[in-house]
Write a protein that binds this ligand. Structure first.
Ligand SMILES: O=C(O)CCC(=O)C(=O)O
Ligand SMILES: [Fe+2]
Length: 217
């Protein structure tokens, strides 16, 4: 434990529509979520290639629809996003006081960040344009080693907001900051809680979103 751990970590809203809730999941809840991810992804990890052929720097796995830069597709056998994940996503939105209707999350991209990995400056815009236009939320749960996360409403690191995303934190990007630029700048080694059921160093982020418009039949 360092000095900072003694200070309460407050809920913050660095940009309109973005809410960071520290310590939102308890350790048992994080372990339950890790288990659920293990079962639901069923070893279906892959390292997608960018359109120019270079592989991404870290592996991902997907719940619900699958994703590769920059489109969603159906992974066979198709299994919908687990109801438990939809439920905690809705609860996180309620706690963040973000009301957004109708929200039908259908996809979770799970990122595995080894200690020396990062994810460069980008916007999340593979989802249906009508959903992006209305600010449909992206809800991210962090588990494992902490990350330095940066975000900005402009395409530049300079002047960006820097957040430390620790194990158990939730971050929501929605509304006016749905298309905010962001990056996982670095992973802070050996910062994960000891009671976590993670057998190696690194960080899991589960990023829930609605990818497609669901027409009622
Ligand atoms: O790991 C994170 O906190 C963010 C990941 C991310 O930006 C993404 O999956 O698009
Ligand atoms: Fe992203």
């Amino acid at each position: 434990m360092n000095q900072l751990d003694l200070m309460p970590r407050e809920v913050t809203s660095p940009l309109p529509g973005t809410v960071h809730i520290p310590n939102w999941l308890t350790i048992p809840q994080q372990n339950a979520l890790l288990n659920l991810i293990r079962v639901a992804t069923d070893g279906r990890w892959y390292t997608p290639e960018m359109p120019n052929g270079t592989p991404m720097k870290h592996p991902i796995a997907c719940l619900g629809y699958a994703w590769k830069p920059y489109l969603y597709f159906i992974q066979e056998p198709y299994r919908p996003l687990p109801q438990e994940v939809i439920d905690i996503t809705r609860k996180a939105l309620l706690d963040a006081r973000i009301s957004y209707h109708p929200y039908e999350p259908d996809t979770g991209i799970v990122n595995w960040f080894p200690p020396d990995s990062s994810l460069g400056w980008h916007q999340d815009k593979s989802e249906h344009p009508d959903l992006i236009a209305v600010g449909s939320p992206i809800v991210t749960f962090s588990i494992g080693d902490s990350a330095i996360f940066r975000l900005n409403d402009e395409k530049q690191v300079s002047g960006s907001h820097e957040l430390e995303l620790r194990s158990g934190d939730v971050l929501i990007m929605s509304g006016r900051s749905r298309l905010a630029w962001h990056e996982v700048h670095k992973i802070l080694p050996d910062t994960r809680p000891i009671d976590l059921n993670l057998d190696k160093a690194g960080r899991v982020s589960l990023t829930i979103r609605q990818a497609l418009v669901h027409t009622k039949r």
